[in-house]
Design a protein around this ligand. Sequence first.
Ligand SMILES: [Mn+2]
Length: 333
Amino acid sequence: MKLLAISDIHGKVGSVMRLRELTDNSFDAIILAGDIGKDLDTTTQVFDILTSFDCPILYVYGNWDHSLTYDHDFGLRAHHLHNAPFTLDGWSFTGFSGVDANWGHNPVAASITADLDAHYDAGFAEIDGRIEALEREEREMLAACVALPPLPNKAHLRPVWPLRRWLSNLREKRKQLEPAMRAKYQEGYREIARANRRELVARMVGHPPERTIVVTHGRLTKTAQDMPVVPLFLFGHSHGFTDTRTGRSRFINVSALDHVVPVMPKHATKRIWNETRAADIGAYTIIEIDDQIVVVSYPLRSMPLGWERVSGSTIGLGFKPLNQGEALLSPKR
Ligand SMILES: [Mn+2]
């Protein structure tokens, strides 16, 4: 079985066209690990190009795809792994859409977030109500004090002072409560990830785990607990190819098709920032599964001659794009 695995396209339709030119029609499936388009229009264009590959397109959404609905029809070949696993050549593909940076229309996230919002709002509503009541009481007392004829020692104003202290104490308490509320919210986001994992494991029932491939946008963690014999996890999100092993599982970051980094003229003696340009060093991954799993990452474009990547910098946005020409050096794969 031969898979073409890509992710993090971010709506760069030109990069998908280039990928299509570089690759032949020899794949059994295209794996699309999220961050497909920036909107429905570019996402549709991406699927239209990928459909010419003549094989199933198995996809999940990433944070960039937050506006897209889970049952949108991207054509007969497109299969959203979040909705149902896909079986091919004795292998099961499954996964879920969304990532903590933006869960979009993820149904698990929607229900947990609604609960959290209700909890969060109720907590503050109660405190706000108490503060409002005290402020009202304070205003009434002040009005009552002002209405009294002035006394030489102003003793009648004294009842207001403890009230003011009480009020400021309550405000202090509210301030102290805010981080706890935020922590609860963050814990909620972790719960969303956990709930998606649980749902994913439930979807895998009936599929042999040793013949299952899991596709998500972000890298899954703690898979040794509930998915210990799944041999292959495919993901993207954090830009740059990686191939690591944990226990019996292999984790492949297949990204990113759109990967813009800053480049400088080679052998520059010092960094001249106005000579820095943005170059797209996007890549795609080909996975061949036989008795073993062979994974190779290929560049979408070669590094332009005479230029090198600025070390330590990963984000090339904001720099003028470097004209890389369109010379196609790589043979078809
Ligand atoms: Mn992402």
